[in-house]
Design a binder for this molecule. Structure first.
Ligand code: BGC
Length: 571
């Protein structure tokens, strides 16, 4: 397969706001392409698919950990922060990936796991065997497991406590995640130095951003619940100051699975900034709730609650990622409703969430897949796609834990879905062979050959979004409608003011119907009385907003419009 890429000068465009205009794509190196036939995806394979990602319209890759690791938590159990797991490739291949991505004006964001390491990390091995040595105080040790009872257990399916007894040191160590992932002790300044050293290492190699994994959990205290405690924010501020000074233009992205008011703290303030971006965990489950409840109310409520963020910062919006679809940010009543709709088989559940991919969650409904993506690309923030969702890949709930949705990317109907030439039994995980999502049917090659495929649709919507800067930089204001199933908002951008090459002002009306039947809806746009509306996809003119500021639209079952709001025709 070859892709015709647009001609472009080598190197990145110098745009300090790049992350606010970018479409991100989460790609697990292990799962994407195996270039050496050993059954595991690798950096060489990913490099070979950069043309595909550029064709799709991706601006930045988010790469989960590729470091040395026993791989007991998908690589989030790091044994050495500076070396790459040989299965995935070499440091030279990583450099090549950065260079080749930059040549395509594509950025590279890597995962940065600093809350904990693997217990196989040399620091932990020394800490447990030599309490008085240089690493003795690198982890959180205690003679009792009774401390900090208010700190919740996150992996409730596997862990009963945040403390595990270490038979070597004969003390308990603290861990927010698996018991093989001891938490680093951020009360120790030497840990800060070690973390800064690793940040400098990777940013020095040209990485454009870091996803700060599990960032709320750095510090614990007797008074708090171990989530976003004041010293954690102090640390992130210092990290940001260092990055701004030594690596301007690189970004920090917070993974903070919390309520809007708490996540927003990770942006810091304009005087004392923390992260450039934070994932929007509260909005994500509400997209899925709206699709089944046929009600826009929960989304409207959370969008109204989403607090202001400092100038220059951005949300990261997503539908799915490599983890379970977390339901921590919804009430018990809504959670039970979501389990009923989306995880009717107990095997579909994991911790407090659902371990399924996007297409199976939406029962492969094309209307719902389009509606969900239309929201993803229109909400305030930068969209993050998960590899394979652009072709509607399926999952395998018979695999353990979150591996259910980390199976090999499906490229062709050939052996191993074109992912690898290895003996099928040697693959790190089997390819999907289910009735509906079998790789014979669902793969990039066949979708490229069908002009109406999901892949072509997703690519088109990405390109439409990217040609309207209001989606990336504009404000979002929910507007009222007379139908419970319809969400409407206006994305408004005032323009950059720059005479040449600046971004133009624009207002876009976005309307989404969650109803399972066609509807007619009246939308209130008092500020745009008399304005003509034009469809962003085909340019067709829609009904003009009345002089009373109202416009009535009809929407097909589970459908949406993105409409350019023109200048009112008066007189
Ligand atoms: C990652 C998970 C991982 C956990 C522990 C998370 O936030 O996204 O995949 O299991 O951190 O490292």
């Amino acid at each position: 397969m070859t892709f015709t890429a647009p001609i472009q000068l080598p190197g990145l465009t110098l745009d300090p706001q790049w992350y606010r205009k970018s479409v991100f794509y989460e790609v697990m190196v292990r799962s994407f392409v195996d270039s050496n036939g050993d059954g595991t995806g690798d950096l060489g394979g990913l490099i070979g698919k950069l043309d595909y990602l550029q064709w799709l319209g991706v601006d930045a890759l988010w790469i989960p950990p590729i470091f040395s690791s026993p791989m007991r938590d998908g690589g989030y159990d790091i044994a050495d922060y500076k070396s790459i797991l040989p299965d995935f490739g070499t440091i030279d291949e990583f450099r090549e990936l950065v260079t080749k991505a930059h040549e395509r004006n594509m950025r590279i964001v890597i995962d940065f796991v600093i809350n904990h390491t693997s217990d196989a990390h040399e620091w932990f091995q020394q800490s447990r065997s030599d309490p008085d040595g240089p690493y003795g105080d690198f982890y959180v040790w205690s003679d009792t497991d009774e401390k900090w009872k208010d700190i919740r257990v996150i992996f409730v399916d596997t862990e009963e406590s945040n403390w595990t007894f270490d038979p070597v040191r004969r003390q308990f160590f603290f861990h927010r995640f698996f018991s093989h992932q001891p938490d680093l002790n951020f009360n120790n300044p030497a840990v800060h130095d070690a973390v800064f050293d690793v940040v400098r290492h990777w940013l020095g190699l040209g990485v454009d951003g870091l996803r700060l994994d599990a960032i709320p959990y750095l510090y614990e205290s007797d008074e708090g619940n171990g989530e976003g405690e004041p010293p954690t924010h102090e640390f992130v501020k210092r990290l940001r100051a260092m990055v701004d000074q030594e690596f301007p233009g690189r970004v920090l992205i917070a993974e903070a699975n919390q309520w809007p008011q708490e996540v927003v703290a990770f942006f810091g303030t304009e005087e004392e900034p923390e992260c450039h971006m934070a994932f929007d965990f509260p909005v994500m489950p509400r997209i899925f709730y709206s699709l089944r409840s046929q009600s826009a109310a929960e989304l409207e409520r959370i969008l109204a609650e989403t607090v202001d963020i400092p100038e220059g910062s951005a949300w990261g919006v997503f539908l799915r990622n490599h983890d379970e679809l977390t339901l921590e940010m919804v009430s018990e009543e809504y959670r039970q409703a979501m389990y009923g709709w989306y995880a009717y088989d107990p095997r579909m559940r994991s911790n407090i969430g659902i371990r399924r991919r996007l297409a199976p969650l939406l029962d492969n409904s094309r209307a719902e897949l389009e509606l969900a993506h239309a929201l993803l690309f229109a909400l305030k923030g930068s969209p993050f796609l998960y590899y394979g969702d652009e072709i509607g890949m399926g999952d395998n709930i018979w695999l353990p834990d979150r591996d259910a949705s980390r199976t090999p990317m499906q490229w062709t109907p050939d052996r191993n879905a074109g992912f690898s030439t290895a003996d099928p039994g040697k693959l790190y995980l089997p390819v999907i062979q289910s009735l509906v999502y079998n790789y014979n049917l669902v793969n990039v090659e066949s979708q490229l050959a069908q002009s109406r495929s999901l892949l072509h649709w997703v690519r088109n919507v990405i390109h439409v979004r990217k040609s309207h800067v209001a989606f990336g930089l504009g404000s979002l204001e929910v507007v009222s409608t007379n139908h419970d199933s319809v969400l409407a908002f206006v994305r408004d951008y005032e323009g950059s003011g720059a005479p040449f090459g600046g971004d133009a002002a624009e207002s876009i009306l976005c309307v989404f119907s969650f109803a399972h039947n066609p509807v007619s809806v009246t939308v209130q746009l008092p500020e745009h009385a008399g304005a003509p509306l034009y469809d962003l996809f085909g340019g067709a003119e829609f009904p003009t907003v009345g002089e009373d500021g109202a416009v009535t639209l009809t929407l097909a079952t589970q459908s949406f419009y993105w409409l350019h709001i023109g200048t009112p025709r008066r007189g």
